[in-house]
Design a protein around this ligand. Structure first.
Ligand code: GDP
Length: 298
């Protein structure tokens, strides 16, 4: 992810090396190149415009500082603006003040929800939490079993409908899971909900019903960063249809151009909270805007 964007930006900055002072023309040329680099990386057009506008304005206004040459100054501005569009601060999980913290996952089928549920559970376990996974995806035949397998891999119990009752109501399952968590003293409940291949009204309604029934502390929208601009479209549809508090980007290890990661915060106004970046259960962490910006500019 971001390989091409990184190369493109590095080339742009290379052109500025050795310049004593940036002329208006230098700033314009640099802004144009950054614009092309971002568009090629699949960043949404409104985000590109805002980004380039901010960089240009700051580059013009910047005092010539003794410590940094013009190329370094532009890199610093681009870094700071990248951090801004990526969300600024790291957004951490909010835990419930009393009772179990309820986290609900929503997203399209194939987004990586079930995998992510287990990764998140392991991550929480490593922080001395006692999570429980909940199989409320009763749509896809193998979803419950897949979550059980993943739960076993990370050593976290899975609450699922009784065998033979596989067509049960996901709202009832979700509701019952909270009671179970209280009984068994689990402090975090992670509810995996059903996805479809595309956005549809029934899927949205089901997720909304679960949300209304269990009032999660955090609803996380899980999205495959490899699907480019579609990720932003889907993110908006889920925001309107279900609503959520934060975003989890999956498959950041892929070789897609990364535009989704850069656009989603600005378009939805919701922070990216976690990043999932591989098939291993430990390929998962909080999303740190500053680290991601540094990775892009490395
Ligand atoms: P769900 O339908 O949303 O529950 O998606 P799954 O969790 O079943 O994931 C769909 C596919 O994506 C599976 O083959 C996963 O192994 C794969 N996958 C999930 N997360 C990642 C990731 O971060 N990186 C990569 N490369 N593959 C992933």
């Amino acid at each position: 992810m971001f390989a091409t964007l990184s190369d493109r930006l590095a080339d742009t900055f290379k052109n500025l090396r050795g310049k004593g002072r940036l002329s208006e023309a230098d700033i314009d040329a640099t802004a144009r190149e950054i614009r092309i680099a971002l568009l090629e990386a699949d960043v949404a057009l409104p985000v590109v415009k805002e980004f380039v506008g901010a960089v240009k304005e700051r580059a013009r206004g910047e005092e010539v500082s003794g410590a940094l040459n013009p190329a370094q100054q532009i890199i610093k501005i681009v870094h700071e603006e990248l951090v801004t569009i990526l969300g600024g601060e790291t957004r951490r999980l909010r835990y419930a003040k009393s009772g179990p913290t309820v986290i609900m996952l929503a997203g399209l089928q194939g987004a990586g929800k079930t995998t992510l549920a287990a990764k998140l559970a392991l991550w929480l376990k490593d922080q001395d939490k006692t999570p429980m996974l909940v199989a409320a995806d009763l749509q896809r035949p193998n979803a419950v079993q897949q979550l059980q397998v993943n739960g076993e891999r990370v050593g976290v119990p899975v609450f699922a409908p009784e065998p033979g009752n596989g067509t049960g109501n996901p709202v009832d399952v979700a509701r019952a899971s909270i009671e179970e968590a209280k009984r068994k003293l689990h402090d975090v409940v992670i509810i995996d909900t059903a996805g479809r291949l595309g956005v549809d009204a029934e899927l949205m309604q089901q997720a909304k019903d679960i949300r209304d029934a269990v009032q999660p502390d955090e609803v996380l929208f899980v999205v495959d960063a490899m699907i480019g601009q579609d990720a932003v479209v889907t993110a908006q549809a889920f925001l309107d249809g279900v609503g959520y508090d934060g975003v989890v980007l999956t498959k950041l290890d892929g070789d897609a151009r990364g535009g989704a990661a850069l656009s989603i915060r600005s378009i939805t106004g919701k922070p990216v909270m976690f990043a999932s970046s591989g098939e291993k259960m430990t390929d998962f962490d909080l999303f740190h805007p500053d680290r991601m910006a540094s990775r892009i500019l490395d």
